[in-house]
Design a protein around this ligand. Structure first.
Ligand SMILES: Cc1cc2nc3c(=O)[nH]c(=O)nc-3n(C[C@H](O)[C@H](O)[C@H](O)COP(=O)(O)OP(=O)(O)OC[C@H]3O[C@@H](n4cnc5c(N)ncnc54)[C@H](O)[C@@H]3O)c2cc1C
Length: 250
């Protein structure tokens, strides 16, 4: 069966979900988002402390292993990667930290001026609603809800550690994504009201009803079809999930 779209996005991970959101805002454009893995509407994704379930379940994870590492006694190292709507954002550690401003400045110095910190900062602000409120460095209207971690409330030792670091002469920071990142301080998390804030929740859920966006989970892209140097289509393998209903006779 053949279907035609203006855009086909392969992989509904962090990048794919944002792209699908942006492209499908133009109602005249048809967009298809293809994802190998299943939907991520499960408590195993929503509940922050359940992340180990999806990390070790082949239904939700690619479960890669590295090649044998000669400097690690030839051990193969486990490299989990999310395989579901939301991709790795549906099973990551939920720590929200931007790249260091000086790294962006370094990129800009390689003749890439658009990657300088002052140019990328508006996009960082655009993506988030920070619990601390909008300011020069932080956003207040974006789709991704970002909160200050409550780790310092849960563990009194955490505050004591930061105080001790300051007394020992180390820098401390108020906001890990603000004016200065170096030093000791509390980090931000993509958890809101006890639930993981992955990209599917932030960027897809609100637009799921868009008629011009078709989201196909359990659909593995096996081939990209080229006409000369232009990608014009894909071949997919669809996994059909059959569920058995067990009737227990009393
Ligand atoms: C264990 C772990 C913990 C992490 N913790 C943090 C953290 O605390 N903070 C942080 O900022 N970042 C963290 N990250 C990193 C962050 O989550 C990723 O960098 C980010 O989500 C990657 O986004 P992406 O769009 O590049 O790829 P992904 O999110 O991996 O998306 C790729 C998607 O493409 C799909 N796909 C692949 N091949 C095909 C195919 N052939 N056909 C169809 N679909 C396909 C995959 O199933 C996947 O859903 C963590 C990552 C991991 C693995």
């Amino acid at each position: 069966m053949k279907k035609t779209f203006d855009y086909i996005i392969i992989g509904a991970g962090s990048a794919g979900c944002v792209l699908a959101n942006r492209l499908s805002k133009d109602k005249k454009t048809s967009v298809c988002l293809l994802e190998s893995g299943p939907k991520s509407n499960t408590w195993k994704v929503d509940m922050p402390s359940a992340l180990l379930y999806t990390m070790h379940d082949p239904k939700y994870n690619w479960k890669y292993y590295s090649e044998p590492e000669p400097y690690l006694n030839n051990r193969r190292i486990f490299c989990p990667r999310g395989k579901m709507i939301g991709g790795c954002s549906s099973h990551n550690g939920m720590v929200f930290v931007r790249g260091n401003p000086l790294d962006f400045e370094r990129w800009a110095s390689y003749d890439l001026p658009k990657w300088g910190y002052k140019n990328v900062l508006p996009y960082f602000k655009k993506l988030e609603t920070w619990s601390g409120g909008e300011n020069l460095y932080r956003g207040g209207k974006g789709p991704l809800k970002v909160n200050r971690s409550k780790i310092d409330e849960a563990f009194p030792l955490f505050k004591a550690l930061i105080k001790a670091a300051a007394e020992a002469g180390y820098d401390t920071f108020e906001d890990s994504n603000g004016f200065r990142q170096d030093g000791f301080g509390t980090f931000d998390v993509t958890i809101d009201n006890g639930k993981r804030q992955g990209v599917s929740r932030a960027y897809l859920n609100k637009i799921n009803g868009y008629k011009n966006l078709s989201i196909e989970n359990d659909t593995d892209v096996s081939k990209i079809i080229f006409k000369e140097k232009k990608a014009i289509g894909v071949e997919v393998k669809k996994t059909i999930i059959l569920r058995f209903i067990t009737v227990i006779k009393k």
